[in-house]
Design a protein around this ligand. Structure first.
Ligand SMILES: [Zn+2]
Length: 185
């Protein structure tokens, strides 16, 4: 079973948080769908789109996958994957290389796309909807330099015996399932 997001996190979706039209300030700014607000005063439309994020499954010759220990909420203490939000104008690959450099201090080699999965990311009172694009990469021995603001440490895990409840997000669980289907034992 996937843990999903909790009821309290669902309370922080945009339709519970956005109270005013960002153009005219009217409070007549209802969500007419879960992903669309329309201002009754000025007609402004605001769409909630998924933000793009990317993540990597580094794997070694023994078939283990590298996880980060998350240093921050959401999902502090759980297993994550290197990666993060893609900046405006950036490719998923460039965003991922930048995040890998920032989080664990290495230059990544070839990144191979394996699939995309939606996710919910609660952060400071608002639950962001993301589309997470995952890549795999063969680990080449390098000296890591961890950003301790983001990552408490790195751990290698056997994806075939790992308890999936330890993984931070649904999208990562699905990416790991995809990775296992590509590397059957
Ligand atoms: Zn308005």
């Amino acid at each position: 079973m996937h843990a999903g997001i909790s009821v309290s996190e669902m309370d922080h979706t945009a339709d519970k948080v956005f109270e005013h039209c960002p153009r005219c300030g009217s409070t007549e700014f209802p969500a007419i769908r879960r992903d669309l607000f329309v201002c009754k005063s000025c007609g402004f439309h605001y769409h909630i789109n998924a933000a793009a994020a990317s993540g990597v499954l580094f794997y070694d010759g023994a078939g283990r996958v590298l996880f980060t220990l998350r240093a921050r909420e959401p999902a502090k203490g759980k297993l994550g994957l290197p990666g993060g939000f893609v900046d405006l104008g950036e490719t998923a690959e460039d965003g991922l290389r930048r995040e890998i450099r920032e989080e664990i201090g290495i230059e990544s080699g070839e990144l191979n796309y394996i699939g995309s999965y939606p996710n919910a990311y609660p952060y400071k009172g608002l639950t962001y909807r993301t589309l997470d694009l995952f890549f795999e990469a063969k680990w080449e021995s390098q000296q890591v330099a961890i950003d301790l603001d983001e990552v408490d440490g790195l751990v290698w895990e056997d994806p075939f015996t790992l308890d999936s409840d330890r993984i931070a997000f649904d999208s990562m669980r699905q990416a790991l399932s995809r990775w296992k289907s590509l590397h059957p034992r």
